[in-house]
Design a protein around this ligand. Structure first.
Ligand code: 13P
Length: 250
């Protein structure tokens, strides 16, 4: 049995001063959750959020991590900095990073190695664009991204990773993948993990769906056998909606 994991991705939303009200609304509503609850927040919110969530079951994550320990990497943030600020999880390779900031399978892999080396729990994002899906390339794209991300990663380390399948065409568009589409592609991704690491690791790996997941469609998605949770953008900014999603993921 895989424990579901619901993670919010706040993207570039909310300042540190907006965190307290959010946590005070969310925490009491999710205190009995049976899934892992994570909020991946902007770097400047991490210390505040980790203090605010200390006595709750809400874990804090970041949205990126540098591949180097330290040094001349202007604008980047190190694993040690994230950990000291209180981050436990980190999103790596989000499609917005790939699309707008030049992230590649190679850089995703380097960041993943660094996260694992430092004990951060990685959430690695993969997913095809609309053109790729319509061109019949969904499986190829996801396979290539998974293989690229996990290149050189040991089975022991791979077992610590969460994958988020986020079809790019479903992100922020209100156009969710159907339950069946999401389940099918996630099942395919699990088969790729099986080829790389064998059945035990593949069966144990948590693979989330992401892309316009919300309080209304969460039940249908979570009822699918392959879907182990969600990576939620827009709906994670609203504590009541996010609480419904968390409490539906059993
Ligand atoms: P939305 O839930 O806003 O579509 O965003 C999904 C996402 O990109 C989560 O990482």
């Amino acid at each position: 049995m895989r424990k579901p994991i619901i993670a919010g991705n706040w993207k570039m939303n909310k300042t540190a001063s907006e965190c307290a009200e959010f946590v005070s609304k969310l925490a009491p509503q999710v205190k009995d959750a049976t899934c892992d609850v994570v909020l991946c927040v902007p770097f400047t919110d991490i210390a505040t959020m980790s203090a605010l969530t200390e006595k709750t079951n809400i874990k804090v994550g970041a949205q990126n991590v540098a591949w180097a320990d330290s040094g001349a990497f202007t604008g980047e943030i190190s694993a040690a900095m994230l950990k000291e600020a209180g981050a436990e999880y980190v999103i790596i390779g989000h499609s917005e990073r790939r699309q707008y900031f030049g992230e590649t399978d190679k850089s995703v892999n380097m960041r993943l190695v660094q996260a694992l080396k430092n004990g951060l729990k990685p959430i690695v994002c993969v997913g095809e664009t609309l053109d790729e899906r319509e061109g019949g390339k969904t499986e190829l794209v996801n396979k290539t991204q998974v293989e690229g991300a996990f290149s050189g990663i040991s089975a022991e380390d791979a077992a610590k990773v969460v994958i988020a399948y986020e079809p790019v065409w479903a992100i922020g568009t209100g156009r969710t993948a159907t339950d069946e589409q999401a389940n099918e592609t996630i099942g395919y991704i699990r088969s790729v993990v099986k080829l790389l690491y064998g059945k035990k690791i593949a069966d144990g790996m948590r693979i989330q769906y992401g892309g316009s997941m919300n309080a209304k469609n969460v039940a249908g998605l979570m009822a699918q056998t392959e879907i182990d949770g969600g990576l939620i953008g827009g709906a994670s900014l609203k504590p009541d909606d996010f609480a419904i999603i968390v409490n539906t993921a059993k």
